[in-house]
Design a protein around this ligand. Sequence first.
Ligand code: GRF
Length: 216
Amino acid sequence: MARLGLGVLISGRGSNLQALIDASAQADYPAEIRLVISNEAEVEGLARAAAAGIPQLTVDHRDFDGRPEFETALTAALRAAGVELVCLAGFMRLLTGGFLDCWRDRVVNIHPSLLPAFKGLDVHQRVLAAGVRITGCTVHFVVPDMDSGPIIAQAAVPVAAGDTEDRLAARVLAAEHRVYPLAVRLVALGQARLEAGIVAIEEAGELAPALLNPPD
Ligand code: GRF
């Protein structure tokens, strides 16, 4: 089986990276991680990649004159490693249209809310302040507008009475770790395809593109 080559971009902890590492350790997973890049040195995610024997690199955005130069370096490293799909996993830099043109429909991201609700930062704090009853997470194709691209897969997570930001974040994160490998699998198998700006999912047995909490 030819496996789709993944490049994972991180800035920190890398728990979603770990979920992708664990998924690609399965023989029948249709994708493999060929490179992990962090824009921050010595973060936990880089150690996770090293422990799994995956090539990893720090490309510090502060070392470049501007965003285009930084992104040119990212693209060069990703291409050299044979990356075919770029997975953002807690990557804290906005990517410009220039980078996305080079990787058209080949960049995915995970966001800790049910998009299009609660784009941006401090999501769980805003979810609690808004009093919503159900939140979750979303994997989507990346477009220049932040957290706005076509949705591939989502998981729902109920908000519990008395939830704190940390407790809610932990439950959403557990759902993220299930839904990101699922979404990448769908893309790798060609079962999640962009059609007229939204993602069409080819039904694939238990690979349902929506999950409900609690994770089983
Ligand atoms: C996750 O909550 C992800 O949804 C968001 O950033 C966080 C990254 O966490 N984009 P980790 O580095 O994968 O542990």
